[in-house]
Write a protein that binds this ligand. Structure first.
Ligand code: F6P
Length: 334
């Protein structure tokens, strides 16, 4: 029997727990608000778990009322707090978490987060008899199966805004700026930001990189009379690439080369309208999925359609970058 059927169809009087885990993403709060209010509309109640899987293991749960999620739709971060839990990766930790859910008489769990969170949610849902729904929240936008994750749109806007400002100096001083954006070894954020900011070159984990290509692009720009140049470098597992490229480049061109790491600046701030709306839709959809008795599913948006797909179709797969955007960037930034 599929565990989803185990969940009673109607959600009336059911208790749903919600947590946010991994890197916070702008729009998480809008999503929590949507989950709570959609659940109440079905006669269910919601418990908020503090600090992600950590709080699930230590029993830090609290009731979320309709009013407790008021005035948060515009706030960045997550009111529930978040963590990257090493203990939840261990079976013992997950057993502890399940016992806690039993103690609190929780009927279903909703997990907000990125790849690490949803991997944890998948394993947990396979080990224990409790329906689990995942909602993709990550500025990296690297989850397979969904065109957008909550937080990505805001992070793109934030990074582009920063780069526009940096370009003022790049142009005024005739400098080359190498800017590292986040992405945890994926280039989705870098591609979107690079195209929107009119960057001259991208260094991505998914595309073979040659220093000679970067050099000739910069030299070409100088010979065509460009005042400044912007190069976007996607963050790697091992830090330091952007600095290394900067040092290499400095030796080869007669211009000032500056390196910048945008870092956590990209993760904060008020969510964009697009992220708030995506979060509101995903939150409501997660309740709808539980109502239908579904389990081990993630909410997704595919070509404008809101739907759900199984954890097993998502976890362990990598989302390909948009090669067309990479090509276009090269064409337009000459
Ligand atoms: O997954 C989101 C993300 O911001 C990545 O882009 C980045 O590599 C990572 O989180 C940083 O994590 P932390 O905030 O734990 O340092």
């Amino acid at each position: 029997m599929e565990i989803g059927q185990f969940m009673v169809q109607a959600l009336k009087s059911k208790r749903i727990a919600i947590l946010s885990s991994g890197g916070d993403a702008p729009g998480m709060n809008a999503c929590i608000r949507s989950v709570v209010r959609s659940a109440f509309a079905e006669g269910a109640s919601v418990l908020g778990v503090k600090k992600g899987f950590e709080g699930l293991m230590t029993g830090e749960l609290q009731a979320l009322s309709m009013r407790s999620v008021g005035n948060i739709i515009q706030r960045g971060g997550t009111i529930l707090g978040s963590s990257r839990s090493a203990d939840f990766r261990k079976k013992k930790g997950r057993e502890k978490a399940y016992r806690c859910l039993q103690d609190w008489a929780v009927d279903a769990l909703i997990c907000l987060g990125g790849d690490g969170t949803l991997t944890g949610a998948k394993i947990f849902s396979e080990e224990f008899r409790i329906p689990v729904i995942g909602i993709p929240c990550t500025i990296d936008n690297d989850l397979f199966g969904t065109d957008f994750s909550i937080g990505f749109d805001t992070a793109v806007e934030t990074a582009v805004d920063c780069i526009d400002k940096i370009r003022d100096t790049a142009d005024s001083h005739g400098r080359v700026f190498l800017i590292e954006v986040m992405g945890k070894n994926t280039g989705h954020l870098a591609v979107e930001v690079g195209l929107a900011a009119g960057a001259e070159f991208l260094v991505l984990p998914e595309v073979p990189y040659r220093f000679s290509d970067l050099l000739s692009r910069i030299r070409q720009g100088i010979s065509r009379g460009k005042s400044g140049s912007i190069v976007i470098v996607a963050e790697r597992e091992q830090p330091g690439l952007v600095i290394q490229i900067g040092k290499q480049l400095e030796k080869k061109i007669q211009r000032d080369v500056k390196t910048m790491i945008l870092g956590h600046l990209q993760r904060g701030g008020s969510p964009s309208a697009r992220d708030r709306n995506l979060a509101s839709r995903f939150g409501a959809l997660s309740i709808d999925l539980l109502k239908k008795g579904k389990n081990r599913r993630m909410t997704v948006i595919q070509r404008g359609d809101y739907r759900d797909i199984g954890f097993s179709q998502v976890i362990g797969k990598s989302r390909p970058i948009d090669k067309e955007k990479v090509r276009l960037l090269g064409l337009l930034s000459q």
